[in-house]
Design a protein around this ligand. Structure first.
Ligand SMILES: *Cc1c(COP(=O)(O)O)cnc(C)c1O
Length: 398
């Protein structure tokens, strides 16, 4: 027996739910790539991506997923043999660093773990020690993820930028915002971020296949000397006036139409409203998980409440099979929640609340998880969904 019919709901941390209007925007014939409206569309998207990153710097659009934008940012500012510092707080910054390592960059990982945010004081101490080295420091860049989608942590990028300035270190600050852009504040210029990257398929509600990089003047100066530059990713080629060059070839027209619609939806809601919506829905998930946790089997992966992200809640399932829980949600109810990855593989589920999400989607997902906990006899505190509703109804008064 199942109670599954109609539209399936994807509650994984990317790709996320694509609004019907965004899907509809792609359903049209191809257009000329050399003249006509596509040129203005590109200009509007580049301007709006810079607006989303909050930078006066340059934005670039790549036909690639997040891994492509990782590679784009590495090749444009680094050379073989350069050293970088990767701030560990889950899987993703480490994955970015691994790409750099495979390109011949020397990678040092500032040890963190799966259950907490990066400590800015540790960044400051490491960079101070580097500066004290003969020759005044060798670390060329620092890499960090704003939200790590594996651990569910949110890192304080402003504080990390502050720590780098306190260390008087001039390494570039490079930030992965794949799981956070459009869902929470990101202030590239104000926080002193030199390179930021993101992808289309998470907070930006667009199908997978586009990714974005933004670079400030410091990053573009480093670019001039970067030895890893390759023709496809190269910023200089993409900065010219020729439209075709902005994509190093044929523009991904239909994805651009989709992105335009998605950004229109986001700006129409208002960024602050979108951030607030994410926060409220995320907190409702946390209220439910907190109550479920009273049964001991369920718990938060991120220990410190203030370090839990507003886009994904990584939820530990102790002593029970999270895959059985996920299978129940999917097969009986048509809701797909995320699986644990990295060292949390087989130990956690991840409930995404990012992008085009609203109260029925999130409360529905929580209800299905609670139903699965009961059906599978996984011990849990009763009334998680009710706690989520109580919280939301207080925050959203009549
Ligand atoms: C999803 C994700 C990526 C990887 O993006 P892909 O599009 O899958 O290559 C990188 N960083 C973070 C934080 C992510 O959540």
């Amino acid at each position: 027996m199942s109670v599954r019919a109609g539209r399936e709901f994807l509650a994984i941390p990317g790709p996320t739910n694509v609004p019907d209007e965004v899907l509809g925007a792609m359903h049209r014939p191809a257009v000329d790539i050399y003249t006509g409206p596509l040129l203005a569309l590109t200009d509007s998207l580049l301007a709006d991506m810079a607006r989303l990153f909050h930078t006066k710097g340059h934005a670039y659009i790549y036909i690639a997923n997040g891994h492509g934008a990782w590679e784009a940012s590495i090749t444009n500012v680094l050379s073989k043999g350069d050293k970088i510092l990767v701030l560990e707080s889950g899987r993703f910054a480490v994955g970015w660093g691994e790409s750099a390592r495979r390109m011949g960059v020397e990678v040092e990982i500032l040890k963190g773990d799966m259950r907490r945010a990066v400590r800015p004081a540790e960044v400051e101490a490491r960079l101070k020690a580097d500066k004290a080295n003969k020759g005044g420091g060798t670390i060329k860049a620092v890499m960090v993820a704003q939200i790590d989608t594996a651990s569910g942590v949110v890192n304080d990028i402003a504080a990390i930028g502050e720590a780098m300035r306190a260390a008087k270190h001039d390494a570039l600050l490079m930030v992965d915002t794949v799981a956070s852009l459009g869902c929470m504040p990101f202030e590239m210029d104000k926080w002193g971020v030199d390179v930021a990257m993101s992808g289309s398929q998470k907070g930006l509600m667009t199908p997978p296949g586009l990714s974005f990089v933004a670079a400030n003047d410091r990053a573009r100066a480093a670019h001039k000397k970067a030895g890893l530059r390759t023709p496809y990713w190269d910023w200089t080629d993409r900065e010219g006036d020729v439209h075709y060059q902005k994509y190093a070839g044929t523009p991904p027209e239909h994805l651009l139409f989709a992105l335009r619609k998605a950004l229109d939806i986001l700006f129409e809601e208002g960024l602050d409203n979108a951030f607030r919506r994410h926060h409220l829905l995320a907190e409702s998930v946390r209220r439910a998980v907190g109550v479920w946790g009273e049964g001991q089997a369920i718990g938060f992966n991120i220990i410190e409440a203030s370090e839990r992200s507003d886009t994904v809640t990584t939820t530990l399932v102790n002593g029970h099979d999270p895959e059985a829980l996920r299978a129940y949600c999917r097969e009986k109810c048509g809701v797909t929640v995320g699986h644990g990855i990295g060292e949390l593989s087989g130990k956690a589920i991840r409930i995404a609340h990012m992008g085009h999400v609203n109260a029925p989607m999130i409360l529905g997902t929580l209800s299905v998880v609670e139903m699965a906990l009961a059906a599978l006899n996984i011990p849990h505190g009763k009334g998680g969904v009710q706690a989520a509703i109580d919280w939301l109804s207080e925050q959203v008064p009549a």
